[in-house]
Design a protein around this ligand. Structure first.
Ligand SMILES: [Zn+2]
Length: 100
């Protein structure tokens, strides 16, 4: 591999990393806009769907979302907190996945 070819590969890798950072930034600022499993746009949960959310969670945050494709109700839980911490790490350039 020549130096020019190496620089091309490095440039492509850097562009890929920049794109990843952009996508993670977007997720960070709109983390609940799409389902993490199927990428379908989420809808606000209806009152009937909110019955699936633990009361203790609703007492802290009455917001929840619904994925019509997965037929799932989503709310802010520990997995969402970990996702947010991981995305915040990525946004800072720290490629560290938050632990439990
Ligand atoms: Zn889904």
């Amino acid at each position: 591999m020549t130096i020019v070819e190496s620089l091309g590969w490095v440039g492509g890798a850097l562009a890929g990393l920049a794109l990843l950072r952009y996508l993670f930034h977007r997720r960070l600022h709109r983390p609940f806009s799409r389902c993490l499993d199927c990428n379908t746009p989420l809808r606000p949960a209806s009152p009937a769907q909110l019955r699936h959310v633990p009361r203790s969670t609703l007492a802290i945050d009455p917001t929840a979302w619904y994925c019509p494709t997965c037929d799932k109700v989503l709310w802010r839980g520990s997995h969402v907190r970990r996702m947010r911490h991981t995305l915040e790490n990525f946004a800072r350039g720290d490629w560290v996945v938050a632990g439990h």
